[in-house]
Every structure is written in structure tokens, then in C-alpha cells.
Design a protein around this ligand. Structure first.
Ligand code: LMR
Length: 398
């Protein structure tokens, strides 16, 4: 039976980690998968997370199943984290949140819910978008189409083209937006642009489907959730997929959440029952460990303060690296002005190199990035800046 299955190429993002680990060059640099690393190249467990884990170890006295939606306390806390305290949609009982296996789980469960509600719906994704959006959403059976987003020439959002495309989207379709720290471009909508997206969504009747995987990595927890908060205030229906991989450093624990804003609380009750039936058929219930940690942290003022400080440190380190990379690159070559990297936000930016140049960097310098020249700035180190800048300079000159 399985002889009909061909060997597939490695995942375009995760496959890079394997290649990097196998590389024996001591100078190697990992700018591939989006994982935050400190200046020693490590991804330590956050201190607030370690403290919450120690508490959990002492307190947990059963491994019996939890609620299919996850811990109710954690769901309330992550809803507040995403939407803020006293959000009108929450106060009106219109939001339902479930824990999911990471942000990927949230995206896929949302896609299955859409498939149940409107199988003919198209999901519009930005050009470009995170590579895994395509199989995650498409494999649920939904049609995907693209709207213009990043302009590679100006290194900024082509907002007029984006708006123009949004104005043609039929009612009932979904538009996938990145809350902050757009993956892969690092180019984010301004507050005014979010307002205009909300206007067009109201006018056209499409439903915003927001992926928030980097809350706190762009400008801060509040600022990075401006878009979801605004859209949930102004529109009848919004979907928000959240990942805690990056901001709590819980990557392998697969901690995420899906919040859906419904028209009213009775639609929300029906919607939640559908969500739980989707998850029961997919994986029964979410993993508990990561969410339990988040639950503990968000219910402790002291741990919340510690976690936010650690998050601030990570964000500031990435902004510093962005600035330092621009300084290093612009000091040694004049061919390309790389200052756009300092204007962009979050883990990723495009270098603007072609695939051959990317492969050359990998082969000749052991510098790893995805084939589209997306670099994970969070994987850079200050002591590698000169090496990376020199390598890019020589690639541009060849
Ligand atoms: C990335 O884009 O590198 C991260 O979101 C990790 C992943 O799963 O692709």
C-alpha cells in the first residue's frame, strides 16, 4: 500500500535545522527556523516558565483528562492577554477560547470550523505568507488565494495594492492577517492601516482571520495586539489563532489558543460546541503542560512581571541586532541599503537575495536561511555580525 508514496523533500523551514545541526563548520550561523536565541546561541527556558514549572510539579496530583477546551482559567487569562481587560466583545459574551496544540493547532482547528460553516469560503493570504499557512489551511479542504502585501523593491507594504484587492473580496470569505511581526517579511500594518482594513472588512463583509504568533516581539504586548482588539471591536465575526511558542518560549510544549468572536453569545455557544467536536475528532484534547504554565504565570502578579521583563529583554535584543546588522552591512558595502531591516519588526526580514545567493551562503559560509532569503534575526549573535556581513558582501559582489 505505501509503495505508492513518494519521498518528499524536507520541510522548507524545519528542514534547515537538521541541515544546520549536521554542518560541522564551527563558523556556522543559524538564521533559519524562528527560534529566539541569546548571545550565547542558546534558547534557555524562561525564568518565569521554570518557576511556574516547579510550582506545577509540586501542585499537580493527577494526570486525569482535563476539560476538552483546556483549563478554563487559562482560557480566560489568554483571552485577556489577547484582547485586553474589559474588551466589549468579551463583556458581551461573544468570545470563546480553546487551548490548542500550538498556533498550528489553532490555525487548523479554525480552518476545520470554517469548512463546517462555509465549505465554499476562500481564505485570502498575504503575498508572501508563512510557508506553513498553505498546507495547514489548504489541507482542511479550503480554497486559498493571495492578496498583495510585501513589495520587495521598496521593502514595505504595498498598502494601496492590498486595499484594492481587499475591496474585491466577496462577503463571507476570510482574510488571513498577521497581528504583528509579519512572517516572513517583518513589515507590519500601522494603526491607521488596521483602521482601513476594518473599514473595508465592514464594507465588504469578509471575516478577518488573524494569526498572532509573536505578541510582545514587535513593540509590546498591547501594541502588538492592536489589530485583533480593533477588529473584534468593530466587526461581528473575527478569528484569532494564537501561539505561545515564542513569547513564553514554550516551542516544544505546543501551547496555543484559538479565540473566535461570534455575533452574539448564543452563536458563541453553538460555535464552541462545534469547535469541541472538531478537536475531539482531531486530537481529543490539547496538551496540558504548556497551558498550565501560562495559567500559573498569568495568575501571579510576580511571575507575570518577571515574564514581561524577560519578553522585553528578548524584544530589545532583537531590535538591537536589527540595528547592528544594518550598521555592519552598510559599513562594508554600498550596493544595497539594508536600513529597511531596522524599520521592520519581530523575528524575520528578507535580505532580498535570490535563491542561488542563499544556497551559496549556505554552501560556502554555512549561513542558513530559508530559500526566499528570510533571516531569523532572533538567531543572530553580535559576535557573528561581521562574519555574516562579510559573507553577504562577497555574495553581492560575485
Ligand atoms: C518559523 O517560521 O520559522 C517558525 O514559525 C517555526 C515554524 O514552525 O515554521
Amino acid at each position: 500500500m505505501f509503495s505508492s508514496l513518494p519521498l518528499l523533500p524536507a520541510d522548507p523551514i524545519l528542514g534547515l535545522s537538521v541541515a544546520y545541526q549536521q554542518d560541522t563548520n564551527p563558523a556556522k550561523v543559524d538564521l533559519g527556523v524562528g527560534i529566539y536565541k541569546n548571545d550565547a546561541g542558546e534558547t534557555p527556558v524562561m525564568a518565569a516558565v521554570a518557576a511556574a514549572e516547579a510550582l506545577r510539579l509540586r501542585q499537580e496530583n493527577s494526570k486525569a483528562y482535563t476539560h476538552p477546551a483546556g483549563y478554563p482559567g487559562a482560557n480566560a487569562a489568554v483571552t485577556r492577554l489577547a484582547f485586553g481587560n474589559n474588551h466589549p466583545a468579551a463583556d458581551a459574551g461573544r468570545i470563546r477560547t480553546i487551548q490548542t496544540p500550538g498556533g498550528c493547532g489553532a490555525l487548523r482547528v479554525a480552518a476545520e470550523l470554517i469548512q463546517r460553516a462555509r465549505p465554499s469560503a476562500t481564505i485570502w493570504v498575504s503575498t508572501p505568507t508563512w510557508a506553513n499557512h498553505i498546507p495547514l489551511l489548504g489541507n482542511a479542504g479550503l480554497q486559498l488565494r493571495e492578496y498583495p502585501y510585501y513589495d520587495y523593491q521598496s521593502h514595505s507594504i504595498d498598502f494601496p495594492a492590498m486595499l484594492d484587492a481587499l475591496r474585491k473580496i466577496p462577503a463571507g470569505d476570510l482574510v488571513l492577517l498577521h497581528a504583528a511581526c509579519h512572517n516572513p517579511s517583518g513589515a507590519d500594518l500601522s494603526r491607521e492601516q488596521w483602521q482601513q482594513v476594518a473599514d473595508v472588512a465592514l464594507e465588504r463583509g469578509f471575516i478577518p482571520f488573524i494569526d498572532m504568533a509573536y505578541q510582545g516581539f514587535g513593540e509590546g504586548l498591547e501594541a502588538d495586539s492592536y489589530g485583533p482588539r480593533l477588529l473584534a471591536e468593530r466587526l461581528p465575526e473575527v478569528i484569532l489563532a494564537v501561539s505561545f511558542s515564542k513569547n513564553f518560549g514554550l516551542y516544544r510544549e505546543r501551547a496555543g489558543a484559538l479565540s473566535v468572536v461570534f455575533r452574539d453569545s448564543s452563536e458563541a455557544d453553538a460555535g464552541l460546541s462545534q469547535l469541541l467536536s472538531v478537536t475531539r475528532a482531531l486530537y481529543s484534547m490539547p496538551p496540558a503542560h504548556g497551558s498550565a504554565i501560562i495559567d500559573i504565570i498569568l495568575h501571579s502578579d510576580e511571575l507575570t512581571r518577571q515574564w514581561q521583563e524577560e519578553l522585553d529583554t528578548m524584544r530589545n535584543r532583537i531590535s538591537g541586532l536589527r540595528q547592528n546588522l544594518v550598521t555592519s552591512l552598510n559599513a562594508i558595502q554600498q550596493q544595497v541599503d539594508f536600513s529597511f531591516i531596522a524599520r521592520e519588526r519581530g523575528m524575520f526580514s528578507f535580505l532580498g537575495l535570490n535563491r542561488d545567493q542563499v544556497l551559496q551562503l549556505r554552501r560556502d559560509y554555512s549561513i542558513y536561511m530559508t530559500d526566499n532569503s528570510r533571516i531569523s534575526i532572533a538567531g543572530l549573535r553580535n559576535d557573528k555580525l561581521d562574519y555574516v556581513a562579510q559573507a553577504i558582501k562577497s555574495i553581492l559582489a560575485s
